[in-house]
Design a protein around this ligand. Structure first.
Ligand code: M6R
Length: 610
């Protein structure tokens, strides 16, 4: 949610921190701040708003500070203003802390600390950590011991980085649930909440696991558990370079990422789906013996990842004859689902850090279910904790609205469905071969859909005055409709309802009136005629209709005010194509309305609090 960076041993710590923050800003951006070691003091500066506000405010920072910490914030406790921005300090102002997560017992801790004379300067849960550490320093502990003692009583989720004027070379960092990594370069020590923040300085990165503590110095570092046991540093494999994380000539990361989809899908299929060779999932730690015993599948995720799972449910059930339940992660673990060792729980998460999905995976493991994680981030918390992991290889996604990772999730789960069908013998080998050929063709077909960008922009331009949209679909078109509506909500800030088209007559059709825009997913498939009847019903009530249809389907085109076409494909692969015009439609509507599509209001890229 929030972004963290810390550096020690730099000739210009402020520059390293500001560069790191600029790469972290997408994680949270209602305020930002920095704390620097300043010759026996700690200098801090915090500003509400985007990072540019902080850039303007650090003109009088101490020259040549060699160590410091920085933060971009997405508020959870306390308004997004200057005083609640991080870093937070203790009563002396000699200690500064940045934090990502939520300290659930902050109110009780705060009351205790106030009772012993500590004075608070913010409404945040984070500040209790600063004062608790201070109280341990007061009784003679060193900084690492004081942080250890503090985190032993903190409940909730956190990644923290702490500096103190008394030990200017040292950063102490730790995590539980919220992400944290560390980096080393020549005479330089780094801590950060995610990889892009550190990539500008180094590729030598190490993982930090839950309840571990890092003592980072310019020329050395040490990882221990919160109980004090030494931990061997575990190098982190990094496939991304800095250039990949830049906009590559597009106006926004989102548009760049939409255009990267042929590559993202091709990379996700690479080595796993090979015409003439077959299917291979041997890099996933999947055990075929255990998979053969599976008698039920759950798919769990949030937002766009959940919709990818909903589309995959159709394919897995159809091809494997396994029952599939699909759950929103924040509901899953609280509803007491029936799980056992023959249940496969598939956790879908672009980031691999979304707290609801992470906790759902942990819940499933407690009940002995097999957990397979589908994620885009190598060595993320979910990837590390799952029994098996199937990486989507979409590359870094900076735009808050998920696009290329959604397509990569869809194809990863199609591959999983075919693999399970092959293992269980529920499809004939020639059927699988035929599907492999069709999967392999998808990157080319995706590129064809992207060629209609200008046409979709023109359609969006004509809809820019509309405030209410309905998105309808049937069968696998239904999750596509939901995803199209979500995209419009999150970046264009327009009301958009996604519905199964057959459900319309059971209530929502009352909202259709002259001027409502209905976007229908009406590509070729066994329910197309029924879908077109539903389209006729909304047209009869005055709606304007935009249809995603298969190239050459004149009858469908005749029912629409605007047609967005996709190439023909196997019905169960169609969501990989039909969702793209809806991504572009939302993108161009958002741009037409002057919105910042990469950083939509109120949203964060990764939601690491419940
Ligand atoms: O990283 P995750 O895939 O677990 O994130 C899940 C959702 O927060 C995410 O898909 C969200 O809905 C995006 N803003 C969608 O564009």
């Amino acid at each position: 949610m929030c972004g963290i960076i810390g550096v020690t041993g730099s000739a210009d710590a402020l520059a390293v921190i500001m560069e790191g923050l600029s790469r972290l800003e997408y994680r949270g951006y209602d305020s930002a701040g920095v704390a620097l070691q300043d010759g026996g003091k700690v200098w801090t500066r915090r500003r509400a708003g985007k990072l540019a506000e902080l850039v303007e405010a650090v003109g009088d920072a101490p020259a040549r500070a060699t160590a410091g910490i920085g933060h971009t914030r997405w508020a959870t406790h306390g308004r997004p203003d200057d005083r609640n921005a991080h870093p937070h300090t203790d009563c002396t102002g000699r200690l500064a802390i940045v934090h990502n997560g939520i300290i659930e017992n902050h109110a009780a801790l705060r009351a205790e600390l106030e009772g012993t004379g500590h004075t608070f300067a913010s409404d945040t849960d984070t500040e209790v950590l600063a004062h608790l550490i201070e109280s341990h320093l007061d009784v003679g502990m060193d900084l690492a011991a004081a942080v250890r003692a503090t985190l032993a009583v903190a409940q909730g989720a956190f990644a923290v980085a702490v500096i103190h004027a008394g030990d200017p070379d040292l950063i102490v960092a730790s995590r539980r649930v919220s992400p944290l990594i560390i980096g080393r370069a020549d005479g330089l020590g780094l801590v950060g909440s995610d990889i892009p923040a550190l990539l500008g300085q180094t590729r030598e990165l190490y993982a930090v696991d839950d309840d571990q503590l890092v003592e980072m110095r310019a020329d050395s570092f040490r990882i221990t558990t919160l109980d004090g046991a030494e931990v061997e540093p575990r190098p982190l494999r990094v496939d991304w370079d800095l250039e990949q994380a830049e906009k590559g000539g597009y106006d926004d990361f989102m548009l760049k990422e939409i255009h990267e989809q042929p590559r993202a899908v091709a990379d996700t299929l690479l080595g796993r789906v090979t015409p003439g060779v077959g299917l291979s999932l041997d890099q996933t730690r999947l055990d075929d013996g255990e998979l053969r015993e599976i008698d039920k599948v759950f798919i769990v995720g949030c937002g766009t990842s959940y919709y990818a799972g909903l589309a995959a449910k159709y394919a897995i059930e159809h091809w494997t004859r396994l029952p599939v339940e699909i759950d929103i992660a924040s509901e899953f673990r609280y509803r007491d689902p029936v799980l056992d060792r023959n249940t496969l729980v598939v956790g879908v998460s672009q980031s691999g850090e979304t707290v609801d999905t992470l906790q759902a995976m942990r819940h499933a493991k407690r009940w002995k279910a097999k957990v397979l994680v589908i994620t885009n981030v190598v060595d993320s918390s979910m990837a590390r904790e799952g029994d098996a992991v199937l990486y989507t290889r979409a590359g870094p996604e900076i735009g808050v609205a998920a696009t290329k990772t959604h397509l990569a999730q869809l194809v990863a789960m199609e591959v999983l469905a075919l693999y399970l069908a092959q293992l269980r013998g529920t499809l004939y080998p020639d059927e699988i071969n035929d599907l492999i050929h069709q999967l392999h063709r998808l990157p080319e077909d995706i590129a064809r859909v992207l060629e209609s960008n200008d046409h979709i922009e023109a359609v969006a331009e004509q809809c820019k005055g509309v405030r209410d949209f309905f998105f309808l679909g049937r069968h696998v078109g239904y999750p596509v409709a939901l995803e199209g509506a979500l995209k419009l909500k999150e970046i264009a800030y327009l009301r958009a309802e996604g519905y199964p088209a057959g459900e319309l007559k059971h209530g929502p059709i009352a909202l259709i009136e002259e001027g409502t825009v209905v976007v229908g997913v009406a590509n070729r498939g066994h329910l197309l005629d029924k879908m077109l009847s539903n389209v006729a019903e909304v047209r009869a009530r005055g709606a304007s209709v935009v249809l995603v249809s298969t190239e050459g389907d004149e009858a469908t085109a005749a029912l629409a005010d605007h047609v967005l076409t996709v190439p023909d494909s196997h019905e169960l692969f169609a969501p990989v194509l039909t969702v793209i015009p809806l991504q572009l439609f939302a993108y161009h509507l958002a741009k037409a309305r002057g919105n910042d599509v990469d950083k939509p209001r109120n949203l964060a890229k990764t939601v690491t609090v419940e």
